[in-house]
Design a protein around this ligand. Structure first.
Ligand code: ZN
Length: 278
């Protein structure tokens, strides 16, 4: 997928499952189940889709769940990495050594799990040996000082070893990360959750991360129960989706099991996503 001077390649680090009720917050099950069928444990299927951006540098935005989850967690979350990030990167012709920048939307395990890996001796090390890892300063603070509500999502093994290795660049606010790529804080899901705008050749693509994890979440009240500040999600999404429709943004959906990217359309007050083949 070409956007001006940049090449965008949606990657896949397999699939996992989360409780459907938690994924759709206040939306009643008879409505959400039409979009996302539930299994016998009420879980719905979600994909894990980091995005590769090739331009002045080679960047990956988020890096999936990774391979460090214990068997119990793998069962709870239904983790299926039969098609994992290594295979996906190889298919794109990119080796882990080629990645210059790893950009974090936030540090939850389904986004940062692939930031580190265990070497032969069991020690944790950066998964991308030549990369700088770019994390928003306040998100780093929150992830390293978890509380009862977010502790299960922030696993220190995914990011603390990066700081020990000296490969983290903390970025205090909104702004450019490399030519054509900038971050904007949304709040909502976590206080400092951020999305990524990719702009080149007069076109805009946008990596929505957990602001809108699936295409079903483009409707304003469809907000995850996981979000710490759902009214902030609502406020950001309300203005952002209008902008995305008006300006024809290509939106990447990190957790949609079917649609990696598409354009949001609105007709007679109903929103849908027109998928783009990838
Ligand atoms: Zn997520």
């Amino acid at each position: 997928m070409i956007l001006g001077d940049l090449e965008l390649i949606p990657l896949l680090d397999g699939f996992f499952r989360l409780d459907g009720g938690a994924m759709f917050g206040v939306v009643p099950k008879p409505l959400w189940v039409r979009h996302a069928p539930a299994d016998e444990q009420n879980r719905i299927l979600l994909a894990v889709r980091p995005l590769l951006v090739r331009g002045a540098r080679t960047m990956i935005i988020d890096a999936g769940i990774g391979d460090k989850m214990d068997p119990k967690s793998c069962a709870i979350y239904g983790i299926d990495r039969a098609r994992d990030l290594d295979a996906s990167l190889a298919a794109a012709g990119v080796a882990p050594e080629d990645i210059d920048i790893v950009l974090a939307s936030h540090l939850h395990f389904d986004h940062a799990g692939g930031f580190t890996t265990r070497d032969g001796s069991g020690a944790l090390r950066p998964r991308f040996p030549n990369a700088r890892y770019v994390v928003r300063t306040a998100e780093w603070e929150d992830a390293t000082h978890p509380h009862e509500r977010n502790r299960a999502s922030y696993l220190a093994e995914n990011f603390v070893p990066l700081m020990d290795a000296g490969v983290v660049d903390l970025v205090p606010g909104d702004g450019p990360i490399m030519p054509g790529v900038r971050v904007v804080r949304t709040g909502g899901h976590t206080m400092h959750h951020q999305i990524v705008f990719i702009e080149s050749g007069g076109r805009t693509a946008e990596f929505a991360a957990d602001l809108m994890p699936t295409t079903a979440h483009v409707s304003e009240p469809w907000i995850m129960g996981y979000d710490l500040y759902p009214m902030d999600t609502l406020a950001f999404k309300r203005s952002f989706v209008r902008e995305a429709i008006a300006r024809d943004y290509l939106v990447f959906f990190e957790h949609d099991p079917v649609v990696a990217a598409g354009y949001i359309r609105e007709h007679e007050g109903r929103r849908r996503v027109e998928p783009v083949p990838v």
